[in-house]
Each structure stands twice: as structure tokens, then as C-alpha cells.
Unconditional design. Structure first.
Length: 303
């Protein structure tokens, strides 16, 4: 670090590797890490961002600028928004037989990713819970249209980890999902130096608290980066347009052109081909129910 101090007030390129509220950790090209804070009140910087830093003291820097992004994975409620990560290749949505999967939360997060052009994978963890795992597999089939790849594994037994590792090669992947699914445990299994704190399931569920509170990126290999993120209980998608929202339901695309009205919202309109596809089982009813809730929410916001 000493070597940098004489460069006080010079500008450096860096990557944000950790965020916790308005606190960030940034890493310079030579591997040095610094505590970085945004200039002014804004804190719209995220893990994965390339930034320009002004070094202010030995371990401190101010974020002067954020480089243009390829994409962002974010959520937005009415009055606040949160960027999980920037410039990512894949959202790996982690589920398990326990705690129970929340279908709407899953659909919301995947819709946000797909709308941003980010590929979605499903990670079905805790395969060692053999009695309940097949029910999970069945449930996840409903959402099959939203993902491009599905992995079954157990961080406890190590089953399936090698297959996932191969797929991760060369990608920047965000592990996200509800609390208690085993994201941090998986990160530790893939990257033993990660040392992410893991929670007791009972704690996570009864207190509503999340074990992981900061978003952190780990380098697995030269071009492979894994991001652990805090579990969530809400996932607002107020930032998405109607068209973006529809991108979260790619299985509708085949049928939508047959709707009677060109501008069909697929809600109560007569002659809706999506509703018909739900009735005859071609589109999953749970997914359609979630879609309706998201569309009604969007209709209120956009009207
Ligand atoms: N049976 C079983 N339990 C697992 C497995 N992986 C993780 N767990 C357990 O699941 C619990 C939650 O794990 P975490 O890794 O803290 O979960 P998380 O998704 O990071 O949770 P948050 O940080 O709160 O979002 C812990 O008690 C783990 O031991 C697995 O493969 N099998
Ligand atoms: Mg965690
Ligand atoms: Zn329609």
C-alpha cells in the first residue's frame, strides 16, 4: 500500500468487489484493495462496476466515475432501488427443498434478469434431502421456460459441484435468492478462501434476518467471478416497462401473436390466446397467476 500513498489525488481504474450500504471495497489492477466511498449523496455504484478512484489516503478512495455498464441486475420498489451487481453474465437463482420456494419472488428476480439481458440458471441445492428433493424438481419445472440451464447439487455431499464448476468457467455469476437456500455455503464450497459466514436455517427463518448482509465478488479463476448476495424477501420490479416484463415469460411468445387484440395485456381481454393456452395446459397456471399480478401492478403504475 505504501507505494500508492505518494499518488494521493491521482486517478486509478478499479473494480468494485464488495458493497455494504454506502461502503464499497475496490480493487486496483495490481490487486490492492481500498475502502471506497461515493462522491456526494448518491450511491448508485455496485459490485462488478469498473470505476475511477481518487486515492485520498493510504486505504481510502473516492469514486469519481462509473464506467458505462453492459447491464445491471437491480430491483426497484416505489421509493428505493438496489443494484445487486453490474456487468454480469448469469443470475444463478438458488433454491432448495427447504425453506419453501416462493414462486412469485423467483419470477420477479428472473424477470428483472431477463429484461436486462442476463441469462438465468437455476441451482437446485440440498439434493441430499432426498425425500423432498423430487417435489422441488417438479415445482421448478413450472419455471423451466425462464432458465437456460439447471443444476442439481448438494454442497453438503459435493454431488454436482464439478458440473457446475465447469459451467462457471469464464463467467461472472451472481448467486441470488431467498435467505437460507445455501448461497454462501455454495460459494465456500466452490471457493474455499471465500470464508462467507453461513447461517443456521432456523435463525434465518424465525428472525427474518439474513446471514449475508454484504454483496461480495470472488475470483475463482482468471476470468471466473462469483458473487454472493444477501437473500431477499421482496423483489420490486417497478423499473421495468411492460415489454421488459413480458420478456420474463418467454413461454408466452409462441401464443401472444394469436391474441385477438394486438395490444393485449393477457388479463381480461376477450380472445386472449395466452388465457386459452393456460386453460388447455400449454402454459403453467402458477406462472400465469404470477404474470397477472405483475401486469396489474404495472398497469397501475403505467396508467
Ligand atoms: N442439507 C443441506 N443443507 C445445506 C446445504 N447447503 C447449505 N445448507 C444449509 O442451509 C443453511 C443456510 O445456508 P446459507 O449458505 O447461510 O444460506 P444463504 O442462502 O447464504 O442465506 P442468506 O445469506 O441469509 O441469504 C445452513 O444451515 C447450511 O448448512 C446442502 O447442500 N444440504
Ligand atoms: Mg448467505
Ligand atoms: Zn392476450
Amino acid at each position: 500500500m505504501k507505494a500508492l500513498y505518494p499518488f494521493k489525488d491521482s486517478l486509478f481504474e478499479a473494480t468494485i468487489v464488495e458493497s455494504f450500504g454506502r461502503h464499497y471495497t475496490a480493487v486496483l489492477a495490481d490487486g490492492h484493495s481500498l475502502h471506497a466511498r461515493p462522491r456526494g449523496k448518491r450511491s448508485d455504484c455496485a459490485v462488478g462496476d469498473k470505476v475511477q478512484l481518487r486515492i485520498t489516503s493510504k486505504n481510502e478512495a473516492v469514486i469519481e466515475a462509473i464506467a458505462p455498464r453492459r447491464n445491471v441486475l437491480m430491483r426497484a420498489e416505489e421509493h428505493r432501488s438496489k443494484i445487486f451487481a453490474a456487468n454480469v453474465d448469469v443470475l444463478a437463482y438458488v433454491v432448495a427443498p427447504t425453506p419453501p420456494v416462493h414462486d412469485e419472488l423467483l419470477a420477479r428476480a428472473c424477470t428483472a434478469a431477463l429484461a436486462a439481458g442476463i441469462t438465468v440458471w437455476f441451482i437446485l441445492n440440498k439434493a441430499d434431502l432426498t425425500e423432498t428433493f423430487s417435489a422441488l424438481r417438479q415445482r421448478m419445472q413450472h419455471h423451466a421456460a425462464a432458465n437456460s440451464c439447471q443444476f442439481e447439487l448438494s454442497t453438503r455431499t459435493g454431488q454436482g459441484l464439478e458440473v457446475l464448476k465447469k459451467a462457471l468457467k469464464g463467467k461472472r455469476v451472481v448467486f441470488a435468492g431467498q435467505s437460507g437456500m445455501g448461497k454462501s455455503t455454495l460459494l465456500n464450497a466452490l471457493h474455499p478462501q471465500a470464508k462467507q459466514v453461513m447461517g443456521e436455517l432456523s435463525d434465518a427463518l424465525s428472525s427474518g434476518k439474513h446471514t449475508t448482509t454484504a454483496t461480495r465478488m470472488f475470483q475463482l479463476a482468471e476470468e471466473t467471478e462469483l458473487i454472493d448476495s444477501p437473500g431477499f424477501q421482496v423483489f420490486g420490479i417497478a423499473h421495468l416497462s411492460r415489454t421488459q416484463l413480458e420478456r420474463g415469460f418467454p413461454e408466452f411468445e409462441t401464443y401472444a401473436p394469436e391474441c385477438k387484440f394486438y395490444n393485449c395485456w393477457h388479463l381480461d381481454e376477450p380472445g386472449c390466446a395466452i388465457r386459452k393456452a393456460v386453460e388447455n395446459g400449454a402454459i403453467n397456471g402458477i406462472r400465469y397467476d404470477v404474470f397477472k399480478r405483475l401486469m396489474r401492478e404495472a398497469a397501475k403504475r403505467l396508467s
